[in-house]
Design a binder for this molecule. Structure first.
Ligand code: HEC
Ligand code: HEC
Ligand code: HEC
Ligand code: HEC
Length: 211
């Protein structure tokens, strides 16, 4: 190998080193690099933002907690209610108008505790109503549940009841009560596990017969 070849080889090596070092030198500290790369979204990075980008969310603050919940009005079939509820209920009821919402039955608290008017205001159907007559936005229906279910509400605010959308990384986003519970029929059916074992069912049945 002659001298000029050696020089060329050296130059190439130096060039490669410069190119490969470039990436590291873009960032002045590890912290800066973590923040920059998590924005570009490698594995979602340390932010849930990318995973949340296609859902409609709104920010709420309850006590010391600020987080995002899914909006509801766009999901409710018969919203806006005032398309039909242009007059107070007593005026649209029984006027030969077809029955509506016949499929909605309250399977929640007993009838002496709760009826439609506990939660819906016949004079302002586009909003929910609190027990003391305050207006509650449909997007914040958790406020209505919170009036009676304080324990679950406190747990939910802190993130112990309910489920996070996306992941644990900030910004925090949580399902709201009505994403999981139907307000008209909120408890869940008891179900068999997904992997249904017919032998076990038979054993259980036989067991019951011997009781
Ligand atoms: C397509 C028309 C229509 C839409 C949209 C509609 N309603 Fe109604 N709603 C009615 C009619 C008609 C009645 C009267 C029903 C009857 O007498 O059987 C009624 C009755 C009710 C009642 C009283 C039921 C009772 O037994 O006292 C409530 C509460 C109610 N609606 C809530 C809502 C809410 C909340 C929305 C929106 C999320 C909504 N409605 C949207 C037509 C509608
Ligand atoms: C415990 C409170 C509560 C009671 C009692 C209640 N509702 Fe509702 N209702 C809600 C909430 C909260 C929503 C919105 C749910 C959501 O965001 O999906 C709703 C939604 C509705 C809707 C829109 C649903 C849809 O899919 O279009 C109608 C209609 C309605 N309620 C009618 C009634 C009628 C009629 C009664 C009485 C038979 C009743 N509600 C009793 C809380 C209640
Ligand atoms: C006016 C008070 C009141 C409001 C408002 C209310 N609930 Fe209830 N809820 C009750 C009562 C009373 C029961 C019956 C408790 C029981 O049987 O032990 C109940 C039962 C339940 C249950 C079943 C509990 C179980 O042990 O199976 C769930 C889930 C629930 N409610 C969720 C909700 C949600 C979600 C909302 C808001 C949309 C809501 N509730 C609004 C009073 C209320
Ligand atoms: C991600 C879904 C989810 C969300 C969001 C959610 N819950 Fe629940 N909730 C559940 C499940 C699952 C259970 C347990 C049901 C069972 O054991 O049968 C439950 C149980 C309950 C019970 C019955 C008592 C108990 O602790 O077992 C009440 C009351 C209740 N939830 C109210 C609420 C209220 C109020 C909110 C909003 C502040 C809410 N939930 C938000 C899924 C949810």
């Amino acid at each position: 190998m002659n001298n000029s070849n050696t020089i060329y080889l050296l130059l190439i090596l130096v060039a490669i080193t410069i190119v490969s070092c470039k990436k590291k030198d873009e960032y002045h500290s590890l912290d800066e690099r973590i923040h920059a790369e998590s924005k570009t979204g490698k594995n979602g990075g340390v932010s849930s933002e990318l995973l949340l980008s296609d859902s409609k969310l709104l920010e709420i603050t309850e006590g010391h907690h600020t987080f995002l919940i899914p909006e509801r009005k766009g999901e409710i079939k018969s919203y806006a209610c005032t398309e039909c509820h242009t007059k107070p209920l007593n005026q649209i009821k029984g006027n030969g108008i077809q029955k509506a919402h016949w499929d909605i039955k309250i399977v929640h608290a007993s009838a002496d505790v709760m009826n439609c008017a506990t939660c819906h205001n016949g004079n302002d159907m586009n909003n929910l109503v609190s027990l003391t007559g305050q207006t509650i936005d449909f997007n914040k229906s958790y406020k209505q549940c919170a009036q009676c279910h304080t324990v679950q509400f406190e747990d939910w605010k802190g993130g112990a009841h309910g489920k996070k959308v996306a992941g644990w990384a900030p910004p925090r986003a949580s399902m709201t009560c009505v994403n999981c519970h139907n307000p008209h029929n909120p408890s869940f059916e008891t179900r068999w596990p997904v992997r249904f074992n017919t032998e076990k069912v038979k054993e259980r049945k036989d067991g019951l017969e011997f009781k």
